[in-house]
Design a protein around this ligand. Structure first.
Ligand code: TRP
Length: 431
């Protein structure tokens, strides 16, 4: 018992499994208490539960592509997306916020031949409070739904949060409904979108559960230990959960939408920390006679304190919440947004600021759509013409109306609308 407990402590402190004779590598879990002073060459830690970078510039995403074996979204792919969709690429694509993919070319090949696909994304409803970072995949998914005119399924993993957090089933299910309102407020088309709670849909859909069981039969405990770092002391619910996140990648899990078709390709937009789930899914798919899902991966939305870690809903000062008032937004940014500026105005004017680590600038790359304005801000900040306070002001004035509008749209979302989105039903699409 003592040894087991020590192993658990070890894992908690290092984020790694204990292995005799192998001391932990550099990348200890960094808590959200500000960026470390210097760069070191340690590995970044990225999995569905932890994100921490060894450098103040944040995660080295090029290295991650190599480590995960995915592909970079390069100029050629961007141009293809524009050609096939007939639209200018979304600024998340143009600016490398969605930076990595798996099999996107195949999705486009098929689409060009009039073989359509569907979108799958999800959200783990761990609290009522969603922050702006949580919106990134949904804003992007909405764009994909619009330009390709395709159906979307959104998995709310309330079961996952019950298994991982100290929450009751009722709480998790309630968070699903509350979070669904924020998702709906992003503007999804009810005729093309199915949002489902695992707790509800798993029990109601025989086809979904059949796919879960197929995946469960083809993944061993050793494999999930390797992929997710589960240990002998993790509850068995966690160990089998990845099969549940895998199932929506297969069109046969949604007979009401796809009429039992097994071969509608799936594209998953998600943050790259979710990739382990889908590496497993892609490994299993051919063995159960189903298609591998394609993926588009995004970078993380940095915490106010710096790009070393992502925003966390459990630390109010690390995040801008969708419920924040204009005043709270202003105060948080002024007080907590990590600055790449110099210590004094004189020095700043002389040497200029560093946009690579400046959180206010990073946030503007997410939310300021105007490329020319953004470029000008970058120039002026780098040259020292623009001061940190002025840069923060631009961010505040970008976020305040954006969040106010979100709150306005969310208010319009009624319980009946949530009910509609969450009812299994045929969706409106033509393939
Ligand atoms: N596990 C994800 C989370 O905790 C939720 C999720 C389920 C998801 N399915 C997904 C995210 C598919 C992206 C794509 O937030």
């Amino acid at each position: 018992q003592l040894l087991l407990k020590l192993k658990v402590d070890y894992k908690q402190m290092t984020g790694q499994d204990y292995k005799a004779g192998c001391p932990p590598s550099e990348n200890l879990i960094v808590s959200n208490n500000g960026p470390a002073a210097d760069d070191c060459d340690g590995e970044d830690l990225v999995d569905p539960w932890n994100v921490s970078a060894s450098s103040t510039k944040g995660v080295d995403y090029d290295k991650l592509i190599v480590r995960f074996g995915s592909s970079k979204i390069d100029k050629e792919l961007l141009e293809r997306i524009e050609k096939v969709s007939g639209q200018r690429a979304h600024h998340f694509l143009r600016r490398g916020i969605f930076f990595s993919h798996r099999d996107m070319h195949q999705i486009l090949d098929a689409y060009e031949k009039h073989k359509s696909f569907y979108l799958y994304t999800g959200r783990g409803p761990s609290s009522e409070a969603m922050h702006v970072g949580h919106l990134i995949p949904f804003i992007f998914t909405k764009w994909l739904q619009d330009v390709f005119d395709i159906p979307l399924v959104v998995q709310m993993t309330d079961d996952e949060k019950y298994l991982w957090k100290d929450l009751t089933l009722e709480e998790c299910h309630r968070f699903t409904v509350e979070n669904a309102k924020d998702i709906i407020a992003c503007g999804f088309d009810v005729n093309k979108t199915f949002i489902f709670s695992d707790l509800d849909y798993m029990g109601a859909s025989p086809q979904f559960y059949r796919n879960v069981v197929k995946v469960q039969k083809h993944v061993t405990f050793n494999q999930v230990k390797g992929i997710f770092g589960f240990t002998d002391s993790d509850c068995i619910g966690k160990i089998s959960f990845p099969a549940i996140q895998a199932a929506p990648s297969f069109s046969s899990s949604f007979p009401q939408i796809f009429g039992g078709k097994k071969d509608v390709p799936c594209l998953i937009p998600c943050a790259i920390d979710q990739d382990p789930y889908f590496r497993m899914t892609r490994d299993v798919a051919p063995r159960i006679g189903l298609l591998k899902p394609a993926l588009l991966h995004s970078t993380f939305f940095p915490a106010l304190q710096g790009a070393q870690t992502k925003m966390s809903a459990s630390d109010p000062n690390s995040s801008i919440f969708l419920t924040d008032t204009p005043k709270q937004i202003k105060n948080k940014i002024n007080k907590h947004a990590f600055s790449g500026g110099k210590d004094t105005v004189e020095e700043h004017r002389k040497y200029g600021g560093n946009t690579e680590v400046d959180v206010s600038f990073l946030y503007l790359t997410f939310f300021l759509e105007d490329d020319e304005k953004l470029e000008k801000i970058k120039e002026d900040y780098t040259s020292g013409a623009l001061l940190t306070g002025e840069l923060k002001k631009i961010l505040i004035e970008t976020l305040q109306p954006m969040i106010a509008q979100h709150q306005e749209r969310r208010k319009q979302v009624t319980d009946e609308m949530v009910q509609q989105f969450m009812t299994p039903r045929p969706l409106n699409y033509k393939f």
